[in-house]
Each structure stands twice: as C-alpha cells, then as structure tokens.
Write a protein that binds this ligand. Structure first.
Ligand code: LRH
Length: 514
C-alpha cells in the first residue's frame, strides 16, 4: 500500500508531464510507482522576424499546464487516501526567464535552439580566454549556454529592467511558492558556476561584466544557490486555491532533467556509463571530481553538477530530436508516419548504409532533417537515404555511432571504467536503438526506466522528507525495484562504417558557432 505521495513535474523540450508518485514498501524495500496525471506537448514558438530572438517558450502556457496537472495530482492522491508530501520540478537546462523589479515576467524566455545565438560563444571565449574559462566552469561550449544567451541579449530593450534571472524550474518554483532560489545542478549549465566549489564563479561573472559593460551587474540578478533536497517554500494561497492542494512543500530536486535522470539509473555498483536519452542524448559517467584538462576541453566534454556532490561528466549528443523533427516535418508535408511504423521500417532497412554526424550544427535548429541528412550524406560520398525506412535507419545508426565515439572518449578522458551502459529516458523504449547501441559499443545495455527524470525527481524529494534514506546507491536500489530494465546483449555485428572515421571536423571545431 502506498504510504506517501509526491508530484514530479518533468518538463522536456518536446513534452512536459506531471506524475503522481506513490511510495510503498518497508524501509529498505521501498519502490515508487509513477502515475502520469498530465502530459502536454511542448516546443518553442516562432516570433516575427523583426525580433532578435526568433524562438521562444510560452512559459505561461507551461505554467497553466503545470498547475492543472497539480490539481489532477491532488485529486488522484486523495482518491488513494493520501496528501502530497512534496512537489519537485525538473526541466531542460540553460533557458531562463527575466523578471522585473515588480515581479513580472518581462518577456517569453528565449529558446536555446534560436539561431540568433550563432557566433556569440566564439566571441565570448576569445575575449575571456577559453582555457581559463573551462578550468573554472568545466562546461562544454554550446552556442546556447546561459552565459552566451545573456551576452547575446545584453542590448535587448528588456535587459536593463531585468532584476532577476530565473532558470525554468526555479521560475516555476518561484511562482508556486513566492520564494526565489537557484538550484545548483541546473545552474551548472549556465557557465556561471565554479564546478570545483559548486558556487557562483566570481572569475567568470567578473570577466563577463568587464568584457560586456552593457550587461551591468550580473551577480545581483542571480539568486542564492541551493543543493537538491532543500525546501524552497510552500504553495502560495492562490496556488492552493487553484489546485485544491494544502500547505505542500516545493522541494529542490536535480532540477536539470539530466541530473534527475542520472539519480534514477538502476545501477548495482559504480562501474556504469549512461545515455540519458530524450530530445538530447547525454552520454557519460558519474565522477566525484571534474575533469578539467585541455584534452577534455578540446573534446568538448562537460562537467555538469549532479546530486550529492557528484559530477556528471558527459557529452551532449544530438538525440531523438532529429527523429522527432523528421516525423514532424513529414507530418506537415502530409506524410503521417507514426514512430512505431518508422521503427519497423528502419529495422527492415539496410544496416550502416549511411552514417552521418548528427552532432553537426546544422541539426540543431528545427526544420527539415531529411534534407540535411541528404546533404551530409552527399558531402561524405555516401548513399542518400530516400525512403522513410532508410532515413530513420540512418538516424539510428548515426546515433549509435555517436554514442560509441562519446563513450570511447569518456573512458580515455576520465579513466573511468564501466561494464554496462544504462539507457534511461524515453529513448530506452526504442528497442532498435538500444540494440544498435549495444552492438556499436560492445557492452551490454540496460534500458529503463523510461521516466528516469521523474523517478529521480521523486527519489530526491522522498529522501528530503525522510520517507527514504541513504546515499545515491540506496536511491538507485529503489530505482531498480521500481523499474524493470531490459538487457540488450551485443550481437557481435558491430558497425561496418563508423561516423568518426568519416567526419573531419574536430569536436572543438563543431562546437563553435553553427
Ligand atoms: C536535456 C537537456 C540537456 C541540455 C539541453 C538544453 O533535456 O537538459 O541536458 O543540454 O536539454
């Protein structure tokens, strides 16, 4: 019988959900069952061309979906004789809302896929010095890291009025509670954190303020950092009225979705690597200390902060975004192919016929992926995938090749050994991709849980209120009991053609600009 209930708000760039989590079992035998009470599509909207930022998030709509989901969670919990013991929010990283002195949102937050960000990262790193910058924040260069977005927006009309910069989960938590904090795992994707001390980096912030005077005082716009597992505050009266909930605490979790997903990896020991597979694929390992070497910087590996003082040492690999965008543009062109159908066609298509570098900058913005794949195939003298099966097969083979390359690099750069690769997140349900991954890397893949971020979100909340105890290993034991990971054993048919044998651009070159 459930003995506690929590709500997990998990916001991805392509869909958001509110899950009711039911915790049951005696101490040491707990398990969590997730009930999806609300799911909604998410995606940036396109603003008129005159706007300097062209892709933005309708965060007010997201807010309404979240409140609605919490209302349903309240009903669903009370039907089971329970009241919520906590609410936690995680989302995609880097994006933020700007709040004025009067507490109002000044504009719809810019989306990280906005191509108006092109070039800023190179400019900033040239000015600040890329090596010293990496030694401080340990962060990969992505055109969209928060610091680059801030620099790109420094001359926007709203900027002088911005009193507070809030990452998406912190923004929503502030609306739920009236309290403002910055949760540290997500803050580590801003570029403004010192990865060794888990504090705001004076070196980076001062450097930006000096380099870009129109940024003004950046530091005063950043709220105090808190670790996952702290109570932000309780629901405001107005939220209580619209949800039916009582005085429920909002608890910080690994508010970066990837940080929460890594908590829920059902690993038995620490010899594992992971692919957190959703819109992006985050491929890496968990470490106790960051890797800040020049080799790591050049390979564009990132040190993001994890729960319980850990470091998520990983690479952002373009993920199922390429596939979901492909299906979306086909749908728009009147060619409606479901994901299930696409995967069946791909399974029947020739293996490794065409393998492209899906991490190329051309795959970042929304649009017609099939024609970008065709261009990449042409440029590397490979057959052009034409039929839907060929296109989807090319995407999956290319993703598997990209995981293989990233895991090879991770081993080399961090020295961390692993004998299993966990795939967590929505992509863990893609059996073909899981098998191709096992084949490409030659190591067993354990797939699941699919709702890894929501599960990790709940585990941290449950521990914060004393409903479960222990370190990350103990939380992962609960994750294991709560999910049934599927094993994919390498079949020995590894990739004939490998993306890294074909691409010439180094990671460093690829990461700069678009
Ligand atoms: C995955 C993710 C990833 C970030 C990206 C912006 O959802 O959080 O870790 O790099 O979105």
């Amino acid at each position: 019988l459930p003995r506690a209930a929590f709500a997990a708000v998990d916001l991805g760039a392509t869909s958001g959900r509110v899950m009711l989590a039911l915790l049951s079992g005696a101490a040491g035998h707990e398990r969590v069952d997730l009930v999806e009470v609300a799911r909604f599509a998410n995606g940036p909207f396109v603003t008129p061309e005159s706007d300097t930022a062209r892709l933005r998030w309708d965060v007010r709509r997201i807010w309404h979906e979240v409140v609605d989901g919490l209302r349903i969670a309240c009903v669903a919990a009370s039907e089971r004789g329970l009241v919520l013991s906590g609410i936690g929010i995680d989302s995609w990283a880097v994006d933020y809302g700007l709040i004025g002195a009067d507490g109002e949102l000044l504009e719809d937050p810019r989306c990280y896929r906005d191509s108006a960000l092109a070039g800023t990262s190179t400019e900033v790193l040239d000015r600040l010095g890329a090596s010293g910058h990496y030694r401080a924040n340990g962060l990969q260069t992505q055109p969209f890291n928060t610091e680059f977005q801030l620099v790109a927006g420094r001359d926007d009309e709203v900027w002088p009025a911005a009193a507070s910069i809030r990452l998406i989960p912190d923004l929503l938590a502030s609306w739920l509670t009236g309290r403002v904090v910055t949760e540290v795992t997500n803050a580590s994707t801003t570029g403004l954190i010192d990865v060794s001390t888990r504090k705001w980096s004076d070196a980076v912030i001062d450097g930006l303020e000096r380099g870009y005077p129109s940024l003004g005082d950046l530091r005063s716009r950043l709220a105090d950092l808190v670790e996952p597992g702290s109570v932000v505050g309780h629901l405001t009266n107005s939220v209580r009225r619209s949800t039916g909930l009582g005085r429920v605490p909002v608890i910080t979790v690994g508010s970066h979705d990837t940080a929460s997903a890594v908590v829920a990896i059902p690993a038995d020991d620490d010899r594992f690597a992971y692919v957190s597979s959703g819109t992006w694929s985050l491929v890496g390992v968990e470490l106790e200390v960051p890797v800040l070497s020049e080799a790591s910087r050049r390979a564009n590996f990132t040190n993001e902060l994890g729960v319980d003082g850990t470091v998520r040492y990983l690479k952002n690999v373009t993920g199922l975004w390429v596939l979901s965008e492909t299906l979306r543009s086909w749908r728009e062109a009147g060619r409606d192919i479901s994901l299930a159908k696409a995967l069946v066609l791909a399974a029947d298509a020739t293996a490794d016929r065409t393998v492209v570098d899906v991490d190329g900058p051309e795959f970042l913005p929304p649009g017609d992926m099939a024609s970008r794949i065709a261009a990449a195939a042409r440029a590397t003298s490979q057959p052009i995938p034409v039929s839907p099966g060929e296109v989807v097969r090319c995407i999956l083979d290319s993703l598997a090749a990209s995981y293989r390359r990233a895991l090879g690099e991770v081993r080399e750069l961090s020295g961390k050994e692993f004998d299993v690769v966990h795939i967590v997140g929505g992509g863990s349900q893609n059996a073909l991709l899981c098998q191709l991954t096992a084949d490409a890397i030659g190591v067993p893949v354990l797939a699941g849980p699919a709702e890894g971020a929501a599960l990790g979100n709940v585990l941290v909340q449950a521990r914060a209120v004393g409903a479960v105890h222990g370190n990350l290993a103990a939380l992962r034991a609960v994750a294991h009991r709560s999910s049934n990971p599927i094993t994919y054993v390498p079949t020995g048919t590894s990739h004939r053609l490998r993306a890294d044998d074909r691409t010439t651009a180094s990671s460093e070159e690829r990461s700069h600009g678009w």
